[in-house]
Design a protein. Structure first.
Length: 197
């Protein structure tokens, strides 16, 4: 109920801004303005995540997508730095696929790479923000992020969610931990303590 009330109020207030951002993304990147991708939700069940596009579609001579750093546009970087690209995820909260607070929804291909302990992050709904996001964000290692996610699962409470939401505003404004050094985004999680990049 808390998710529904807050997400509804946020959507009402954010509609004008979301329309402007949608228009700017359409102008800078073309169609579609939204990035839609299957992500694992509660208990690993897939759902369609909505975000504003931040990268252009570009491939090398072999037809393989260029790196994130090469495809990320200046406007896309601004959206990521301010987390404005995640505003459409409010639709996911209203649909019940996500919560306001919880472990961030990652990629479907990561599911078989988790250890049993890491996989416990899917015992709750994924969130717009989470304990890992206010304790390192993308600058933290995968092992640390997953440990923070599982800690959240074990200590879940209403007041912890409120605390996380308040601290999220501070983290977003400070733009702390947006990416890891040397990476435009987060390097891929390869499992078994290994990561690409």
């Amino acid at each position: 109920m808390f998710d529904l009330i807050v997400a509804t109020c946020a959507m009402i207030g954010a509609v004008p801004l979301m329309f402007v951002l949608w228009l700017l993304v359409r102008i800078s990147l073309g169609r579609p303005a939204l990035f839609c991708q299957l992500r694992p939700g509660l208990n690993g069940r897939p759902f369609t995540l909505f975000k504003f596009r931040t990268m252009r579609e570009a491939c090398d001579s072999r037809g393989d997508p260029l790196s994130d750093a090469q495809r990320l546009t200046k406007f896309g970087s601004f959206l990521r730095n301010t987390s404005l690209d995640e505003l459409p995820e409010l639709f996911n909260v209203l649909k019940g696929d996500m919560s306001l607070v919880g472990p961030r929804p990652l990629l479907m291909r990561y599911l078989p790479r988790y250890s049993p302990q890491q996989a416990r992050r899917h015992e709750v709904k994924p969130g717009l923000t989470g304990w890992a996001q206010i304790n390192g964000r993308n600058a933290a290692s995968w092992d640390k992020k997953f440990a923070l996610d599982v800690w959240y699962v074990d200590n879940l409470s209403f007041w912890l969610d409120v605390r996380i939401m308040v601290r999220t505003f501070r983290t977003t404004i400070s733009r702390h931990g947006i990416s890891q050094p040397g990476h435009a985004t987060m390097p891929e999680f390869m499992g078994n303590g290994q990561q690409e990049g």
